[in-house]
Design a binder for this molecule. Structure first.
Ligand SMILES: Cc1ncc(COP(=O)(O)O)c(C=O)c1O
Length: 368
């Protein structure tokens, strides 16, 4: 008798349940939600701008209708990016995570290989393994720089995808132009580079690779971006990919009709158009990043990694889980990094000035 066929690689996958850590802390420690500072998820800490709220309100009037096509959003993103990009170079999805899932589903058959440079964003692993991919690690050096020779040595005839994250989560370090040029010139033609650059707009290191030039050259590359960071729409779940048209066209064939809802498409367009909000996000993040680095770097029992993103990787002398809990009790949420291949470390997002001040004030006692 036939029974349901469950795929082993999916059985082995974890179930990810979201949840709002603020309400969890309110329940657990009886804290006032207004006095909880969320520095654990690298979100945009600025409030949703009025331009986006108005766009959402307008979209709510027509929810009986199927959503508009996302072509206009793609065209708007292409114009925002410039550099000869057109709507044919862009696809949008429900979060960068969904775009990552689409890439994996579109290129991986069971037994195919994909290269990941740990420590990095764990969602690559998740999307790949449940499809039965062989994940091959070409880990970062001790100083969290990329090891180009290690990456290229990991490539085989079965390699389909190479993930390069810059600025990398959770290290905040970047892939340099020289490293990228070497990888691109030596990589065989059967490998697609997934250049995850969702923190790109916070980078101020001039050596960071400019991946768009490879899109212009029709190379095998897709750049991943998110609406959760710069554009401040983490709650709506939106992300996008930038790639040569032939790659975008192929990936779009793996998407469902009407996969983007009307509220997202409308709000996304308003967010891309709101240049004041974009500029405020960048300037606040960079100013506060400098202030936080100086404060964290001066704490005796903590090592901090300089960062090109909107977060810091830190290593306390004390057990990192204990530090996380001690901060939670004080209303400050940071991320303990066992789930990011980095037990013993924490990641602290750059928040609004008052949130960062709370962290700077409360961290020293949590560290002892
Ligand atoms: C490196 C990296 N890539 C992709 C994402 C996915 O972002 P989202 O799904 O919120 O667009 C994140 C989110 O934190 C990230 O850190």
């Amino acid at each position: 008798m036939q029974t349901l066929k469950f795929r082993q690689s999916q059985i082995d996958s974890p179930i990810y349940k979201g949840g709002n850590p603020i309400s969890l802390l309110v329940d657990k420690y009886g804290l006032d939600p207004a006095a909880i500072y969320k520095l654990g998820s690298n979100e945009n800490p600025l409030a949703t701008p009025d331009s986006v709220k108005e766009a959402v309100a307008a979209a709510l009037a027509d929810l009986n209708r199927y959503p508009p096509s996302s072509d206009d959003l793609c065209a708007q993103l292409a114009a925002y990016i410039g550099r000869q990009m057109t709507a044919e170079n862009i696809l949008v999805g429900n979060g960068g995570c969904e775009v990552l899932d689409l890439i994996a589903k579109s290129f991986i058959d069971p037994g195919d290989e994909a290269i990941i440079c740990r420590p990095t964003f764990p969602v690559y692993d998740l999307t790949l393994r449940r499809l039965g991919a062989e994940v091959v690690y070409a880990d970062l050096n001790d100083d969290f720089s990329y090891d180009v020779d290690r990456i290229l040595a990991a490539v085989t005839d079965k390699t389909r995808l190479l993930y390069l994250t810059s600025p990398n989560n959770p290290t905040g370090t970047v892939l340099t132009q020289a490293q990228q040029d070497e990888i691109m010139s030596r990589l065989p033609a059967h490998v697609l580079v997934v250049a995850d650059e969702v923190y790109w707009q916070f980078n101020s290191d001039k050596q960071m690779a400019d991946t768009l030039r490879y899109v212009n050259e029709d190379a095998n590359v897709i750049i991943l971006h998110s609406f959760s960071k710069l554009f401040g729409l983490a709650g709506l779940r939106m992300g996008y990919g930038i790639a040569p048209a032939r790659i975008i066209n192929y990936l779009q064939r793996g998407q469902l009709p009407f996969h983007m809802n009307a509220v997202s498409v409308t709000a996304g367009m308003a967010a891309v158009a709101d240049r004041d909000h974009i500029e405020e996000t960048i300037s606040m993040t960079l100013t506060e990043r400098d202030r936080m680095f100086a404060a964290l770097d001066s704490m005796p029992n903590l090592k901090v990694q300089n960062s090109q993103a909107n977060f810091f990787l830190v290593k306390p002398e004390k057990d990192s889980k204990e530090v996380e809990v001690a901060l939670q009790k004080e209303g400050v949420i940071v991320r303990e990094l066992s789930g990011f291949y980095m037990p013993g470390y924490l990641r602290i997002s750059v928040g609004r000035p008052e949130e960062n001040s709370a962290l700077i004030e409360k961290l020293p006692s949590a560290l002892t």
